[in-house]
Design a protein around this ligand. Structure first.
Ligand SMILES: Cc1ncc(COP(=O)(O)O)c(C=O)c1O
Length: 319
């Protein structure tokens, strides 16, 4: 077994808190506390990916995502800290109004290329061809795929399971639920659980794309990771469950019932969720694991993303 090395950028371990919402008790793990500029789930993956980039003397890091991408923002800030140049490829239109992650990117001097959805579909090729141009000028470019979700990036969430195990006993929960975007967080947790000998359900609330395709992608990343790092483990893929139908309004939108839940939740617990990932994930979590119960043994993982709410201020205030 080969365990990859990593940087230390995230504030970990993140706390696990006991909560009660709508008379139901449950546990929440606060990965929104991994940092501020580097907050959320992405930084756990970037610790591994950027160690790789830095130790191999790359000059540039390219990555991509939606215009309010938390992953791109965290990449820009981490690269600034590490003395790496970065360029981000965002699906969206450039506007004079900067808010949320776009404002943070702007202030951090992020080199940004905006793409229409039709162009974004070929973002991997675009990054590759821009990288070739820089390479011919003698620069080394490290390409991080969407969400940092590849066999190296998912070590962030393999490691997360070790952290979880040191904080609570596997008897205290029998499943974990979080948002699923590019699949890496769920892939890492699933593999981490198998490596730790924990037979637990992993629920991903799908916010982007179709669940069947996402499931194939998650399984592929896990299998590739097992092969690349020579891991001796059997993963029980029946533990993986993707909850679909909680982002029908579209990845960049949020329905009013979810906005209402986010507001009710923060008003009753003091914990803010975001509109793209954790608000949708919590809506699904509430519906499937809290409603009508007094105690839930499925742990909710808060994966961050708070800056996105500033770009949706009008929607949040419209009721
Ligand atoms: C706040 C937040 N939560 C959850 C996710 C989903 O994680 P993953 O892309 O690893 O599925 C993302 C990124 O996509 C995110 O930014």
């Amino acid at each position: 077994m080969k365990i990859p090395r990593k940087l230390s950028l995230a504030n970990i371990p993140t706390p696990i808190q006991k909560l009660e919402y709508n008379k139901c008790k449950f546990l929440i793990k606060r990965d929104d506390y991994t940092g501020l500029e580097l907050s959320g789930n992405k930084i756990r993956k970037l610790e591994y990916l950027l160690y790789d980039a830095k130790s191999k003397n790359y000059d540039y890091v390219f990555t991509c995502g939606g215009d309010q991408s938390n992953h791109c923002r965290a990449t820009v800030y981490a690269c600034n800290r590490l003395g790496l140049k970065s360029k981000i490829y965002l699906w969206g239109r450039q506007s004079k109004k900067y808010s949320g992650n776009l404002l943070l990117n702007k202030l951090a001097g992020a080199e940004t290329r905006f793409l229409k959805l039709s162009e974004y579909k070929n973002v991997d090729d675009l990054m590759q061809s821009d990288a070739l141009k820089l390479q011919s000028a003698g620069k080394k470019v490290y390409i991080v795929p969407t969400g940092g979700s590849n066999p190296l990036g998912i070590w962030g969430y393999i490691n997360f399971v070790e952290e979880l195990k040191s904080q609570i006993s596997s008897k205290e929960f029998n499943g974990i639920c979080c948002a699923n975007g590019s699949g890496g967080t769920i892939a890492g947790i699933l593999l981490g659980m198998a490596l730790s000998g924990i037979n637990s359900k992993v629920f991903g609330v799908n916010v982007f794309g179709r669940a069947e395709e996402m499931k194939v992608k998650i399984i592929e990343i896990v299998e590739e990771c097992i092969k690349n790092y020579n891991l001796h483990v059997n993963v029980n893929f029946s533990n993986l469950e993707l909850l679909d139908g909680y982002s029908e309004e579209g990845y960049k939108n949020i329905s009013m019932d979810k906005i209402e839940l986010i507001k009710d939740f923060v008003q009753n617990t003091g914990i803010m969720l975001d509109n793209t990932y954790t608000g949708k994930a919590f809506f699904a979590y509430n519906e499937n694991f809290l409603k009508g119960k007094t105690k839930s043994n499925i742990l909710f993982l808060h994966t961050g993303g708070l800056f996105g709410i500033f770009a949706k201020a009008e929607k949040f205030l419209s009721h």
